[in-house]
Write a protein that binds this ligand. Structure first.
Ligand code: R5P
Length: 304
């Protein structure tokens, strides 16, 4: 994306670099020629989080970039603290940019007695003082539905498809690891000029165990990309790899937007037969990452 120097809002808008997104904040700030406000962060001996804005934001619009990486609960309290501080010290508008929106999978009650934590988190972000919210590839429409402030959910398919094309995967078949991911998979397949399919996944709500029960497509001899929004333990993707490999695809690559990759998930996915794992930089990871900075910068320049 071209640099936007000289834009009328240059000088009014500040990027506040949340502790979990310092590198990404810098990339966005460079693209938009904006100044960064750093955040001083520490943890008290008893475990409480502390933040302080390292420069004034009074009279400015503040765009806080803070992804909700692990440990998510600490990232969340820091986000709320930064929003609240920006508001308290006179920011005229506070935009919360949360590249990975944790807890989005808890967007409804699946079992009686559960909290809808995604709703709670949306409420907290608003109460803290955010006036708009921007994220990348939210888990579901429901997960965005609890906000009453304006929201934007940026799709990551354009940048992921660029990377996959560089890897020679134009025309690849894109497989969704469950039917809920079909729309996202179709979008990536459109950018790659390939077809999209889905396996059927069942997850035991108590144990978390994933079973892939069926696949009614034929990808033998074809290049395949398995695409999911989140890879956490890797269980979903590994079961999908097993189902797809029965058909002897030519190449098999895994792509996701948010690579949590808990424990040895990265290694286990490669051992299961994936050639590579492609992800974005919404979270730090061992995967081959493509940056969402241009997407965020472009959205910001459009809405500023
Ligand atoms: C679930 O609906 C998500 O889209 C992912 O499929 C899921 O979070 C992946 O989790 P795991 O890697 O632990 O199977």
């Amino acid at each position: 994306m071209p640099a936007l120097a000289g834009h009328w809002w240059e000088g009014r808008l500040r990027i506040i670099a949340g502790p979990t997104s310092t590198a990404l904040s810098r990339r966005v700030a460079e693209l938009l020629h904006l100044r960064i406000v750093d955040v001083v962060q520490k943890t008290f001996p008893d475990g409480e989080s502390y933040v302080r804005l390292a420069a004034p934001v009074g009279g400015d619009e503040a765009m806080i970039i803070q992804t909700l990486s692990r440990p998510q609960d600490t990232s969340i309290i820091q986000l709320l603290q930064i929003i609240s501080a920006a508001k308290r010290y006179g920011a005229t508008k506070v935009i919360a940019v949360v590249p990975y929106f944790a807890y989005a999978r808890q967007d409804k009650s699946f079992l009686e007695g559960e909290a809808v934590t995604c709703m709670l988190l949306s409420n907290l972000i608003e109460v803290a003082g955010a006036q708009s919210f921007l994220t990348v590839e939210a888990h579901s429409c429901d997960s965005m539905s609890y906000f009453t402030i304006p929201t934007k959910n940026i799709g990551a398919a354009p940048i992921i498809s660029e990377k996959l094309r560089e890897m020679g995967l134009e025309g690849a078949s894109v497989i969704a690891p469950d039917q809920g991911a079909l729309e996202r998979t179709r979008s990536l397949a459109n950018f790659l000029c390939g077809e999209s399919f889905s396996v059927k996944k069942q997850r035991d709500r108590v144990t978390g165990k994933v079973t892939v029960t069926e696949s009614d497509f034929d990808v033998s001899g074809k290049n395949v990309v398995i695409f999911d929004d989140i890879i956490s333990t890797g269980g979903t993707v590994i079961e999908t790899i097993k189902a797809v490999r029965k058909q002897n695809p030519a190449r098999l690559v895994v792509a996701c937007v948010h690579a949590l990759l808990v424990g040895d998930a990265f290694e286990r996915i490669l051992e299961a037969g994936a050639e590579r794992i492609v992800s974005t930089d919404t979270l730090p990871s061992k995967a081959d990452t493509v940056s969402v900075a241009p997407l965020i910068a472009e959205e910001l320049s459009r809405s500023a």
